[in-house]
Design a protein around this ligand. Structure first.
Ligand code: 13P
Length: 251
């Protein structure tokens, strides 16, 4: 079945108020003028979610968080709960990004708990999985991705409340990408695993994004691959023209 692509920008820890607003408003203006063949989402730092949700309301540009806590409230200094993101107007939240798995030692069980909290709050969870370079070199890519998928996907996951992002850690911010057969192999493996959890129809509807050094020059090739249903974009999501060019590259 035809899955509508999702092009999602992960701004990471970038953007003060003026830059972030200009970037989101620039994308929203283009979106209103000529909708691309994809759903568009930006995930700014949490500090900008409120302002961006107000600024782009009604444009069709969705706004998401980059992380949430597994609990809805409580003594967790510095953390942000899923209902807080929802309260501001966010529709999505990224969980289990490799930078959080590395910087904050997040485990599959924690990512799964965060995704559960996201679902309970009515957010779409974008669950990130991907192997390191050492794991790929050791021939363990499919094993690692499979473990992360099984361990991070919550029981209540559906094709409507969940998106998977395959992000090879060694391709993030490096300018390197896997070969197209390598991308196809992993995406097909993820869809096969999804079949066991969501059933054949659910797996068929599940969106599986590719992330890692996607940019205007390689987006068309990557987005045309079987089982690639969009992109999770870091660096190239910080410029209106680059993000827009990627959105326009969807088949
Ligand atoms: P880059 O596009 O900068 O490689 O980052 C990818 C990423 O980590 C998106 O979540």
């Amino acid at each position: 079945m035809a899955r509508r692509p999702l092009i999602a920008g992960n701004w990471k820890m970038n953007g003060l108020k003026a830059d972030g607003l200009a970037l989101a408003e620039g994308i929203a203006a283009k979106l209103k003028a000529a909708p691309p063949p994809a759903d568009l989402l930006v995930c700014p730092p949490a500090t900008l979610i409120d302002a961006l949700c107000r600024a782009v309301a009604g444009s069709g540009l969705a706004v998401g968080g980059q992380d949430c806590h597994a609990a809805n409230s409580g003594a967790h200094t510095g953390d942000i709960a899923a209902p807080m993101l929802k309260d501001l107007g966010a529709s999505h939240v990224i969980v289990g990004h490799s930078e959080r798995r590395t910087d904050h030692r997040e485990t599959n069980a924690q990512v799964q708990a965060k995704a559960t909290a996201a679902h309970a709050a009515g957010l779409v969870a974008i669950i990130c999985i991907g192997e390191t370079e050492a794991e790929r070199d050791a021939g363990r890519t499919l094993a690692v991705v499979g473990e992360q998928f099984d361990g991070s996907l919550p029981a209540g996951a559906t094709a409507d409340n969940t998106v998977i992002a395959y992000e090879p850690v060694w391709a993030i911010g490096t300018g390197r990408t896997p070969t197209t057969p390598e991308v196809v192999e992993v995406h097909a493996a993820i869809r096969a695993l999804a079949g066991k959890r969501l059933g054949a129809a659910g797996a068929d509807r599940l969106r599986i994004l590719y992330g890692g050094s996607m940019k205007p020059s390689n987006a068309k090739e990557l987005l045309a691959l079987a089982d690639v249903d969009g992109g999770l974009i870091g660096g190239a999501s910080l410029k209106v023209e680059d993000f827009w060019a990627i959105a326009q590259s969807c088949p």
